[in-house]
Write a protein that binds this ligand. Structure first.
Ligand code: ADP
Ligand code: MG
Length: 250
């Protein structure tokens, strides 16, 4: 059975796309068949995996193409991608009056779900219709949180939205976990934020922390996940450890 995981946080620059690419790659390295769906019009997961931005999830959301026809190979065995591009941005307004607009992605995923072990949805930095579609289509939500001052405020708001989506559209939605990203153990603020999040959300937190690691920032400019760019880097080691935690949770 497929497991669909939304990678969500309404804040930009917290490590959603980095996590989608590198958790996806790590699961693929462990022989799982993985699909990443790029739901962000900025299409960073698409370029970070070196895939051209010619087709887009947009074409499926408006009913012009099937999701299957949009699936592309990546340079990683077992890892596939549905790309995005900037044109997706126009469709939120196009879809806003459509009946069942929250269920479009779920309906698109249904016919392909047998083909994959994991589907990871890289969400845009907003609580928009795209993110709602992702939450409705998912079994669980993985929340990357950057260790910085306002992290906790955003997190409380996000958990409210997840609970609302759960109540209204998807009663089985779970929180896969909160992942601390760009962590720097020598930095006081990083440790302080870590402790605060632990106080409030300990039961949701992954044991794995993702450290700040320059290789993670460099790899996308080569169109590669960090695991194929530099397998020995701290980024690779920790995303592989995260994949083990995700595998364990079933
Ligand atoms: P989001 O998708 O939430 O907007 P990204 O994954 O694109 O965030 O990350 C924002 C920026 O930070 C990118 O330039 C990315 O390469 C960089 N980055 C992400 N995680 C790390 C990390 N652990 N260490 C160093 N740089 C990182
Ligand atoms: Mg992103």
């Amino acid at each position: 059975m497929v497991k669909v995981i939304s990678i969500t946080n309404q804040k930009g620059g917290v490590g959603k796309t980095t996590t989608a690419i590198n958790l996806g790659t790590a699961l693929a390295v462990f022989s799982k068949k993985v699909l990443i769906i790029d739901m962000d019009p900025q299409a960073n997961a698409t370029s970070g995996l070196g895939v051209l931005k010619t087709d887009s999830i947009y074409q499926a959301l408006i009913g012009k193409k099937t999701l299957k026809s949009l699936i592309q190979y990546t340079s990683v065995k077992n890892l596939y991608l549905v790309p995005s591009n900037i044109s997706s941005i126009a469709i939120e307004s196009e879809l806003k009056d459509k009946e069942g607009k929250e269920f479009i992605l779920k309906k698109l995923i249904d016919p392909i779900q047998e083909q994959f072990d994991y589907i990871l949805i890289d969400c845009p930095p907003s609580l928009s219709l795209f993110t709602i579609n992702a939450l409705v289509a998912s079994n669980s939500v993985l929340i990357p949180v950057q260790c910085e001052y306002f992290a906790l405020e955003g997190l409380a708001q996000l958990i409210n939205t997840i609970n609302l989506a759960k109540k209204t559209f998807n009663s089985n939605l779970k929180i896969e976990g909160i992942l601390l990203t760009m962590h720097d153990k020598r930095n006081n603020l990083s440790r302080q934020v870590e402790n605060e999040i632990k106080q409030h959300f300990f039961k949701y937190m992954f044991k794995t922390l993702i450290p700040r690691n320059i290789k993670l920032a460099e790899a996308p400019s080569f169109g590669k996940p960090v695991i194929t760019y530099d397998i020995k880097s701290a980024g690779s080691v920790n995303y592989l450890a995260l994949a083990k935690e995700v595998l364990k949770s079933g």
